[in-house]
Design a protein around this ligand. Structure first.
Ligand SMILES: [Zn+2]
Ligand SMILES: [Zn+2]
Length: 465
């Protein structure tokens, strides 16, 4: 167990009014100190720690000026994507993003002294694994020549926000500003940006950087780049820890910014860039857009309800599999599913054997796979987009039907823009529950209890006014 003596939150941090950036990424790997990976004191000389296996992720992403160009951040991408009611105790101040006074040096380590004096972004952050969020001010980088800055108007609430605010993977860096379903309006563009202009409606999804020079990036599979940088709790190429969309503005390289067509509501656009693309990508990869074929959707949450909508738009016959009878009416009348099956009903499951061309499995809880695979026709494909604890499959279930079980996570930039355009053209809108920022702690609790239809979206614009 390693503890750093300086990793203590100041009283200001605990109150949520600290205006300091993380001084450096000193992730402790055990005990209470793990949650306090920052300090309001000047940086102390880093010492080399003996790395235990458990410390692997923390050690790998530790920041030094020397290694900022070679950080392998792929671990942060893994199970990323899958997922009060009082006024602010300390109302955040609102600054104009990008105004000269609010600018700060872009390099986390180089510009530390100036950063604490120029926090330019309002947000809400979790401070420890309790995951409780509260107001937090911090600095975003100034707009570089290929950057776009956007005023965030809305941010969807994904289960990934629960995972990392509550340190489920033991790699959370606090204060942690979650949110990777971001929609907003462009306020500033860099001198080399040609795809966006001030006033454009745009979205930023689950990642904000990649190497842009590997086989995957060159194939617009940036989500599979080994230098992929998660939108929050990732380590960017300048060494800063990324902060997500529960905040008033964000600055990203234009490649990771997506245009929202005129007329598409921003609050509905937000969930598209995680929930939407997560199911759209494998559906297109496996040619599920064939009218007349059949699709099973396992789980009816944020991802599942989008899979149903895409399935219907593709002309598929859609059957929803759920554990909750209470979702039957909505699945059919609101979402347009053709059939609804309680997955524990063995008789119904038996009657559907060998009937499906495709299945999209969005369930993240542990569940059996053989009963679903058995529903596939010969050569059928089941795609997993959730992150259950483990997968157990009888080889015969796969082999005898020449079936495929495939995985997928989010999508590349090209597919993301294509998906947004498809939604606009076909009037596909996520069903959302719009909330204010100060409802977020209750919303996350409801999300854990699957009590949301079907995506919470934070009205950032009015929350930070
Ligand atoms: Zn997500
Ligand atoms: Zn790459």
């Amino acid at each position: 167990m390693v503890r750093h003596v300086s990793c203590r939150p100041s009283p200001a941090v605990r109150r949520g009014s600290c205006e300091c950036e993380p001084r450096e990424l000193r992730r402790c790997v055990g005990g209470a100190a793990m949650v306090h990976g920052w300090s309001c004191k000047p940086p102390v000389k880093r010492r080399r720690d003996a790395a235990s296996p458990a410390a692997g992720a923390a050690i790998r992403t530790r920041v030094t000026r020397e290694n900022t160009r070679s950080i392998d951040n792929s671990s942060a991408a893994a199970p990323a994507l899958g997922f009060t009611g009082t006024e602010d105790r300390e109302a955040p101040r609102r600054l104009v993003p990008g105004s000269p006074k609010s600018r700060s040096p872009s390099s986390g380590l180089v510009g530390m002294a100036a950063e604490s004096e120029s926090c330019n972004c309002d947000g809400w952050a979790a401070r420890d694994p309790s995951g409780v969020l509260s107001p937090y001010r911090f600095s975003r980088r100034t707009v570089q020549h290929t950057d776009v800055s956007l005023r965030i108007t809305h941010c969807g609430v994904c289960y990934a926000d629960v995972v990392w605010t509550r340190n489920k993977h033991n790699d959370s860096v606090y204060p942690l500003v979650p949110g990777h379903e971001i929609a907003g309006v462009v306020t500033e563009v860099g001198s080399d940006v040609d795809g966006f202009k001030v006033g454009d409606h745009v979205a930023v999804g689950t990642y904000v950087n990649s190497c842009r020079d590997c086989e995957n990036c060159n194939s617009f599979l940036e989500n599979h780049c080994s230098k992929f940088v998660f939108t929050f709790n990732g380590v960017d190429s300048d060494g800063t820890v990324t902060k997500g969309g529960y905040s008033s503005h964000i600055v990203v390289h234009e490649r990771y910014c997506h245009k929202i067509p005129d007329g598409y509501p921003l609050e509905k656009a937000a969930p598209l860039v995680c929930a939407g693309i997560t199911v759209y990508t494998p559906m297109m990869r496996h040619n599920m857009n064939q009218p007349g074929k059949s699709l099973g959707v396992v789980g009816l949450g944020g991802l599942g309800h989008m899979a149903v909508k895409f399935g219907k738009a593709f002309g598929l016959k859609v059957t929803v599999f759920s554990t909750s009878e209470s979702k039957r009416d909505e699945a059919i009348s609101l979402l347009g599913a053709d059939n609804f099956v309680i997955s524990s009903d063995e008789k119904q499951m038996e009657s559907l054997k060998n009937s499906m061309h495709f299945i999209v499995d969005t369930a993240s809880g542990n569940h059996p796979f053989d009963p679903y695979l058995a529903l596939l026709k010969v050569g059928g494909v089941m795609v997993l987009v959730g992150f259950p604890g483990e997968i157990r499959v009888q080889p015969a279930t796969l082999n005898l039907g020449a079936r495929s079980l495939s995985g997928s996570v989010t999508g590349g930039t090209k597919d993301t823009q294509e998906m947004i355009n498809f939604c606009a053209a076909n009037k596909i809108y996520p069903d959302i529950e719009l909330i204010k920022m100060d409802y977020i702690n209750e919303a996350l609790e409801r999300l854990v209890n699957r009590d949301v239809r079907y995506r919470f979206v934070i009205d950032i614009e009015s929350s930070f006014r």
